[in-house]
Design a protein around this ligand. Structure first.
Ligand code: HEM
Length: 495
């Protein structure tokens, strides 16, 4: 931990808002603030994001919370977030939850500080792995993994059993990133329980979130057991990743996937390569960032599709029109599913599965013309509230309506109001990957099944830095099986 915390026990990079915001007193905070502990009345350790959403509704577009003497500024009003998107004055801040992930992801792409040379190096080396050509290359493997899912759902449908949506989407997205990026097969669909990689990952994400809910100096004491478990989880992730790398080194290069890039590619200008330790951090980063959030996005979309028969019917009609009866839809045919993509966008609007990102001032400035910030001061952008700002999305912002993303509606809105993938230089590198994978899978599932919800289910969102619909079960029913061909693409290489 020495590398990631300061002597006061705060994550490195943490600056209290008192130091950074000279006019902090003008920013509202919840009533009933208690000495020493701060704004903890009514707060839940398990749902910090949804608590902040409640405060946001009461306190307005910018507010602050105090937890055990640490003061945090939250921003969600569309005009303020647009200002924070100005890359000439603001940049990513590695703080709070993201900084808490440094022990596991180190200077990997997601958790690297802006000044760390490994960020630019890894970004330049890995970005071509997300080009259009690269994506078209991953497509057949994405189809092959989706076929494993549909085999599993076919069995559930035949037995009249419900499926565990978040669990199955996690299997699907982990297998997809593992195979396309690393040529590795975790065998998720052959397991009754989640792969140990997923269990260890959920452990470290939950621990990183919990670290924010206790007074920093007391964390080593209060979270002693949890901290030991976290150390074991990280060691487990390291071991799994080391094995993935060992197999590749022993077997020689793959077909130019992400792991090949990490191991073989020199920077086009400097000739530099990623170190072995950095490769380890990048592999963990991509295996985690590459599946957890996409799994949540697919799960929320399936929840809404099961609840909105009109939307599902329109989406299905589009799939049938664009794909016809082709067994294996091609790369281009996925991009043409415009309405399915809107369903996904609308799900990510209401529940952006990486629900916050932090921005820091890169020089002394005034946010929104109103709030002075010193260089280094930072704020957390609450994306689910930005996506519900009534000034942009209307009084019915809580309503699920994919037509908000038809081209004319998008054009009529100002810039920077939809940010599920973050912003600027540090925005998500895997955006197209996630959108292609999720659109393809929704298309395949819509075409093959009617999805019936459990009538008693009420959406409940679980948090572990990321968001997921808790215990979502759906009943899949095969639609006219003879008319719906099984996807039979070329199989992926299995190590
Ligand atoms: C629906 C799915 C996804 C969502 C909602 C999402 C969201 C985000 C967000 C909000 C950020 C910025 C975080 C910040 O500013 O602190 C980010 C960064 C990142 N994402 Fe994603 N992501 C998704 C899928 C993926 C996939 C599929 C991959 C990889 C295959 C990936 C890899 C990364 C990486 C490496 C970064 C750090 C980029 C950098 O700082 O240079 N993500 N993502």
């Amino acid at each position: 931990m020495a590398e990631t915390t300061t002597r006061s026990g705060l994550p490195k990079g943490f600056r209290g808002a008192e130091q950074g915001w000279p006019a902090l007193h003008r920013i509202p905070h919840p009533p009933r603030r208690l000495p020493l502990v701060g704004d903890v009345v009514g707060a839940s350790r398990r749902t910090p994001l949804q608590d902040s959403m409640k405060y946001a509704r009461d306190l307005g577009p910018i507010f602050r919370r105090n937890a055990f003497g640490r003061e945090f500024v939250f921003t969600w009003g569309a005009a303020l977030v647009a200002d924070l998107s100005d890359e000439s004055r603001f940049a990513k801040h590695v703080g709070l939850g993201v900084a808490n992930l440094r022990p596991v992801a180190g200077d990997g792409l997601f958790t690297a500080y802006n000044h760390e040379p490994n960020w630019q190096l890894a970004h330049d080396v890995l970005a071509p792995g997300f080009s259009r050509e690269a994506m078209a290359g991953y497509h057949p493997m994405m189809l092959a993994v989706a076929e494993r899912l549909t085999e599993h759902w076919d069995r559930a449908a035949a037995g009249g059993r419900p499926v565990d949506v978040p669990g199955d989407m996690t299997k699907l997205t982990l297998e997809t990133i593992a195979r396309t990026g690393f040529g590795h097969d975790f065998g998720s669909f052959e397991r009754a329980r989640p792969h140990p990689f997923v269990t260890a990952m959920v452990g470290t994400l939950t621990y990183a979130q919990r670290l924010n809910s206790v007074p920093a100096p007391l964390a080593p004491l209060l979270l002693r057991r949890a901290s030991r478990r976290n150390t074991a989880d990280i060691a487990h992730l390291d071991r799994i990743v080391d094995e993935v790398v060992r197999i590749r080194r022993a077997g020689g290069p793959g077909d130019g996937d992400l792991l090949d890039r990490m191991l073989e590619t020199a920077h086009p200008e400097t000739g530099e390569r990623l170190s072995a330790e950095n490769v380890r951090r990048q592999v963990i980063t991509f295996l985690v960032a590459g599946h957890e959030t996409t799994s949540g996005a697919l799960s929320f979309a399936l929840h809404y599709l099961s609840r909105e028969p009109g939307v599902a019917a329109r989406a299905r009609a589009e799939v049938e029109r664009v794909w016809g009866d082709t067994a294996a839809p091609g790369y281009e045919q996925v991009a043409r599913l415009r309405y399915v993509r809107r369903v996904l966008d609308e799900s990510l609007r209401l529940w952006p599965t990486a629900p916050a990102y932090a921005r820091e001032a890169t020089r002394d400035t005034v946010l929104g013309g109103d709030h002075p910030m010193r260089r280094g001061a930072w704020t957390l952008v609450l994306t689910p509230m930005l996506h519900r700002d009534p000034a942009v999305w209307g009084a019915d912002a809580e309503r699920f309506d994919p037509d908000r993303f038809d081209a004319a509606a998008v054009r009529s809105r100002p810039a920077h109001v939809f940010k599920p993938f973050g912003t600027g230089a540090r925005a998500c590198i895997g955006r197209q990957f996630a959108l292609h994978e999720a659109t393809l899978v929704l298309g395949l599932l819509l075409r093959r099944y009617d999805l019936t919800p459990d009538p008693g289910y009420r959406l409940s969102v679980t948090e572990r830095l990321t968001l997921m619909p808790e215990r979502l079960r759906l009943y899949p029913h095969r639609r006219t099986p003879s008319a719906v061909p099984a996807a039979r693409p070329a199989g992926p290489p299995s190590p």
